[in-house]
Structures are given as C-alpha cells and as structure tokens.
Design a protein around this ligand. Sequence first.
Ligand SMILES: NC(=O)c1ccc[n+]([C@@H]2O[C@H](COP(=O)([O-])OP(=O)(O)OC[C@H]3O[C@@H](n4cnc5c(N)ncnc54)[C@H](O)[C@@H]3O)[C@@H](O)[C@H]2O)c1
Ligand SMILES: [Zn+2]
Length: 355
Amino acid sequence: MKKIAVDISHGKSYQILIGEGIVVEKGLAAVLCGRGSSCLVVTDRNVAGLYKKLLPPKMRTLVLPPGEKEKKFSNIERICRGAVESGLDRGSQVVALGGGVVGDMAGFAASIYMRGVDYVQVPTTVLAMVDSSVGGKTGVDLPEGKNLVGTFWQPAAVFADTSFIRTLPAREIRCGLAEIIKYGVILDPRLFSALEKGMKFLLACDLSVYEKIIARCCRLKADVVEKDEKEGGLRAILNYGHSFGHAVEKVAGFGKFSHGEAVGIGMRMAAKFAVASGMLSPQEERRQNGLLDMAGLPKSVKASAEKIYSAMFSDKKARAGRLRIVVPRAIGRVELLDSPDPGRVLSAIEAYCSP
Ligand SMILES: NC(=O)c1ccc[n+]([C@@H]2O[C@H](COP(=O)([O-])OP(=O)(O)OC[C@H]3O[C@@H](n4cnc5c(N)ncnc54)[C@H](O)[C@@H]3O)[C@@H](O)[C@H]2O)c1
Ligand SMILES: [Zn+2]
C-alpha cells in the first residue's frame, strides 16, 4: 500500500491511500470507521451492481444513473435531499464511490449541503484514481459546457483500491491512461519513460504496476495543488490537452468520446501546435503520440475544425474571449501560452479532424 499526504494551506490536509483490496476486501464500513457521525454513500448503477457486497444494508446509499449526461444540477438536489432523508448533519460525511462523475457530484453536494460537510473519495476508475478524486475540484456540467458550475472542496480522505480496475471496461482504462500520459508530458520525464516500458503491463491490468503509477500521478497532482489550490496559475498546466479536448468532446457530442479519449486527441493537437511554433521537437511529438497510440487512444475526430476552434472559446479557461493553452516544450515540461496564433491553432486542430 502507498500513502500520499496532501498538504493544502489552512489546515486542509488529507491522505490518499492506494493499494489492492484496501476497500474491496475490508468493506466500506471498515474503511470509514470512526469518521463522522453518519454517512451517505453516493454511487452509480454500474458500480452498485458490481460491488453490492460493499454496501452494508445499514449504510444509506444513493444510486444515480451512470454517465456524463447525469452530471447535472438535478442530481445535486437528489443528493442533498437524500442527505436530509438520511439524517446527515454537519458532522456527517458523504462518500463518493465511483468514477469522476460520481466524485464531482458527491463532492459538490458535500460542499454546499449545510454549507459544507466532509466527503471521502473512493474512486473506482483509473481516471478518478489519478485525477478527479485528488485536488478538490467539484461540479456539474451545463448544457452550455462542461464543469461550468462547481466549488473547490477538498476531500477528507481518498481510498484508491486498484482492484476496482479489474472490472473496468477497456475503454474506461484507456481514458485513465490518457491522464496518466498527460502527467508524464507535463511534469515527469521519468514517469513518461516508465510508461513507455510499462504500458503493456498496464494494458494487461497488472495491479502492482498500477499502484506505483497511480501513486506517482497523485504525488505530482498533489504537488501542483499544494502550490496553487484555486488555479491562480500553475494548476492550469493540469489542463494540458483539455482546452482542445473539451472542445472536441462538445463538438463530437457529449458521450461520443469519453473525457480521456478527447483529452488524448487534445494532447495531439497541442503538440502539433507546439511543433509548428518551433516550441517542441518533432521527435518529442512522436514520442508523445507513440505512447498515446500504445494506449489505444483515438487518433482523430470526425468533425469540422472550425467548430472545434470556436468551441474552445466557450471553455471556461478562455478568459475574456482570449484563448489560453498549455504547450509542451519537451517531455516533462510545458508552458502556458496566452492568445496563441489563431491560424496555427486551427491547423493543429485540422491535422486531427477527419471528414
Ligand atoms: N474534479 C476533477 O479534478 C476532475 C478531473 C478530471 C476529470 N473530472 C471529471 O471526471 C469525469 C470522468 O470520470 P470517469 O472517467 O471516471 O467517468 P465515470 O464516472 O462516468 O465512469 C466511467 C464509467 O465507468 C463505470 N464504472 C466506474 N467504476 C467502475 C468499475 N470499477 N468497474 C466497472 N465500471 C465502472 C461508470 O459507471 C461509468 O459508466 C468527467 O465528468 C470529468 O469532468 C474531474
Ligand atoms: Zn481530465
């Protein structure tokens, strides 16, 4: 088992525990024992179906329908009303058992229920283990765009049990791999090399390799969040591939691509832009794309490049109508760029659009 301590200022510190069986073998009640006066477990139908035995009858559980389209306000109301019904008070906690959709919503509801109660993340997807369960961003989508409403609300603890990965569909594993590759490109050349060597083990679901890689990614994300919790600057590098990716997701239609798949395409676009701008060598672009290929991530999107380009301006990261993108300078190093050359951005998008 691995332990990562996250030290956010103002005393908001917590631990991330990562290991095989740490939740599935002991049960949720054991993991949570002694925390809070009472709790409400929020999960989705897929996870509840697969892990019924984790949910002891005396634990209140709210089962939501699965999927990104469910990441909406009406479910926040459901969670808050479920909390009232379950008698949750200010000393209680919400438990998010699921992927990023459940985690973002349960965290958001916890942050506003009675003006804020604790929540514990029990991520069940690779993406949630390396990314969404760490760092305290919560929220929901609006029809106008993803994650447009939300809060910063740090979890009280994170329990990442790698054995949940065993039941994940291959496509969901690939999504998590996109975020893992992202950490290598933005921050850690050693992680990137380890992934080049170890991708085959990850694809074969080797949980001991996952434990090491997830721990490294959590440490990298925690380091960034500790320095810049509210995304004043540095934290924005975690959005590598995301300005392009969110636009790809939106134009292709929510649900066509998963988050990670869209981010993978976004990373290809960002690297293409970097090479065209003389900021990245073509060899390093090939290395990034080679690893994305190895992970089986999609190589293009069927959509109009112009539509993707204009969708980038409705992303909340575009400030005052100005685009800001994360540009790779080398494997392990990126830079924030304001108002990138529009023609180059458009050609970088075009390179990955198919009719
Ligand atoms: N808060 C953040 O900092 C942050 C960071 C990255 C992404 N996100 C958000 O995370 C979301 C994506 O998360 P996700 O990819 O985990 O999606 P998800 O929560 O929709 O889960 C993907 C699918 O896998 C199923 N599933 C979950 N665990 C399973 C398991 N162990 N076995 C089998 N099936 C399982 C789910 O029911 C769902 O159908 C997006 O909404 C994104 O915006 C948030
Ligand atoms: Zn992401």
